[in-house]
Design a protein around this ligand. Structure first.
Ligand code: SF4
Ligand code: SF4
Length: 81
């Protein structure tokens, strides 16, 4: 399965939690220790087990386009005949 990661612009996040509900890997949480300039607890990636697949569902559902998705490109295997 592909590996991915995300960047969340925490200053633009309005804490709606739509991305948490949408993520099939459950690797997004609300950061209750942080308040952004708008006064919201922003979403943050919590992926210690490296489970994000880069599927981009979170980025699609975010109404404020706060999430950028990065996907790891796998090297092609060399076939020796
Ligand atoms: S890219 Fe997919 S797996 Fe990764 S955080 Fe977003 S919804 Fe979850
Ligand atoms: S969907 Fe967007 S605005 Fe809502 S919590 Fe996630 S990153 Fe923040």
């Amino acid at each position: 399965m592909a590996k991915g990661t995300i960047y969340i612009d925490q200053e633009r996040c309005k804490g709606c939690s739509l991305c948490l509900s949408a993520c099939p890997q459950n690797v997004i949480v609300m950061d209750n220790e942080v308040l952004n300039a708008k006064g919201y607890h922003p979403a943050v990636l919590s992926d210690a087990d490296d489970k994000c697949t880069g599927c981009a569902i979170c980025a699609v559902v975010c109404p404020d386009a706060c999430i950028s998705v990065y996907r790891q490109v796998r090297a092609k295997a060399n076939v020796v005949s």
